[in-house]
Structures are given as C-alpha cells and as structure tokens.
Ligand binder design. Sequence first.
Ligand SMILES: [Zn+2]
Length: 199
Amino acid sequence: MSALAFDLAATIRHDGQGGVADELATADAVRDWIVAKAPLVAEVLGRPFDPGALPVGDDVQERLVAVRRAVRSLFARAVSPAPPSKADSQRLLEPAEALRLLNEAADKLGTTHLEWPADGEPVTRWSGRSTEPLTLLLGAIGRSGIDFLAGPERRRLRACPAARCVKYFLQDDPRQTWCSPSCGNRERVNRHYQRKHAG
Ligand SMILES: [Zn+2]
C-alpha cells in the first residue's frame, strides 16, 4: 500500500508535554510536509510530482487539513468499538461525509490507463483528469486512503491507548497494545504508581 494517507493522519501527534502538536499548523510546515512526501505522491500518480508547482496560500493548507480530517474520521471508524485517538475525537466527521470527501478527492484522478513503452514493461497510471497540482496532491491522498481502508491493513490499525498518546499505528503482532515501547513503559510505570497510591 502507499503510506501517503497514513502519514497524513500522523501529522497530529503528542507534543511530549501532555498536549497535541499539529505538523500542518503553518503554511511553511505544510509546504515542508508536501516536499517530504512528494515521492509518495509520485508513487501513487505513477508520474513525477513537483511540489514547487503548487499555489502558495491558505487554500493548500485548508484543503489538506480537510482531507486529513476525513482520513482520521475514517480511522476512528476503523478502530471502533475501541476508542479513537483522543486528539480529535470531539470533532470527527460523520462517516458519510468523510467518505464523500475522500472519494471526491480521488475521483479527480480519473481512471487507470495502461501505458506500454516500446522498450519496457506495461504500467498503469492514473489518467489525471486534472493537471492542477493541488488536485493531483489531494487525489493521490484520496486514492491512498481508499486503498488503505479497503485493504487488509485496515484490520491492523489501532489507536494507542496510552494516556497521553494520540497516535494511530499498525499493529505488528496481535499482542502489541502500544504504538511504541516508550508508550508501553510509561503506562506500566503509571499503573504501578496508581496501584501503590490507591491504598
Ligand atoms: Zn502511543
């Protein structure tokens, strides 16, 4: 699968001080993230993606954050009946609205076409009804989210239950409870402390 939609969802994280940090909080941060993920976007599109061609302005941030909200709302549904990430559990979209947003973004890529160079192997490429870079970016994210949620990895998705963690992660093993060893250790220490002080 492409990690693009999953990586977008992970831009909301624990800040290490009991709060939540948003990696897409400023226009500069948004641009950095897109530059870093350009290879993943290109992988989904089947063609190079130039982040430098994106328009400058709030629109990119606003629309990226809107798609992220849709992805995270569907992640919340995927992990239920377990509780979702605490970062945004108060402002999730209705599943129908989240699906509409994701599908609408992906729809702009059109359908897959077969390309078969004279001297190479046949490859599939999204036909790309639009050449507008923001549309291609959001389309690649939509496509990646659809593949993830319709694929086998959805069943491994978990929201880390550690008190201060807001992460979604892919469970490697059915016994894995926490997103990372550090979350597991912190929780064990907390529980030990609570038992000792509960009387
Ligand atoms: Zn965690």
